[in-house]
Design a protein around this ligand. Structure first.
Ligand code: 5GP
Length: 187
């Protein structure tokens, strides 16, 4: 998506050759117009989805825009919770954080995932794919159908796509960064 690539080039900052900071339009200040275009792009890839699932916090804006473009279909976000809180009413999975070196539990109330659901999973970034893999594991407990995964920005050199595709899940990203070179993204 050229609009997104241009914005990454204009305002993104690369930290330690590993992390892309896009606080200018996605992770702190949100450019609603750009996020809506991202949502439309994702919806065009998964037009048959009838539910959008993401993980709090940064995935929610992308998921909102995707839901809007899919005729306001329901949007559910997994909650991150302190470990050891288990409930029979929740589906849960473990996720290793890319940006913080911790593993946390994610959960979704069972009443929000159902067998007839056709789900697109979305997130802001795809790095190692841990968030995506955790969401796939969680959703599969419900018997809902997963049509695919979508991220706004994929760092294609960190293995996330392979880790999600290995589970038989299609992966789409609006912008794919092949590498960071001389402190600049290469698409
Ligand atoms: P993964 O689970 O694919 O390893 O990492 C994805 C999650 O980590 C995303 O939900 C995102 O919040 C965070 N993340 C990973 N890489 C980056 C990055 O380069 N920049 C930002 N802002 N977040 C990232």
């Amino acid at each position: 998506m050229k609009l997104l690539e241009d914005r990454i080039i204009q305002t993104g900052r690369i930290i330690n050759n590993e992390i892309l900071k896009v606080d200018n339009f996605l992770n702190h200040q949100i450019d609603v117009n750009l996020i809506n275009e991202i949502g439309k792009d994702i919806a065009s890839i998964y037009p048959n989805a009838n539910k959008v699932v993401t993980i709090e916090t940064s995935g929610i804006a992308i998921a909102y825009a995707t839901s809007l473009a899919l005729n306001n279909c329901p949007l559910v976000f997994a909650k991150k919770q302190a470990s050891k809180i288990t409930s029979n009413n929740n589906y849960t999975a473990k996720v290793k954080s890319f940006t913080k070196s911790v593993t946390y539990d994610i959960s979704i109330d069972k009443s929000y995932l159902n067998k007839g659901d056709k789900i697109v999973i979305v997130d802001d970034f795809l790095a190692n794919g841990n968030a995506g893999v955790g969401l796939v594991e969680l959703i599969r407990q419900s018997g809902a159908e997963i049509l695919g995964f979508a991220s706004a920005i994929e760092k294609g050199f960190q293995g996330g796509r392979e880790n999600i595709e290995r589970l038989g899940i299609k992966v789409y990203s609006c912008a794919i960064i092949k590498a960071f070179k001389d402190n600049k993204p290469v698409f």
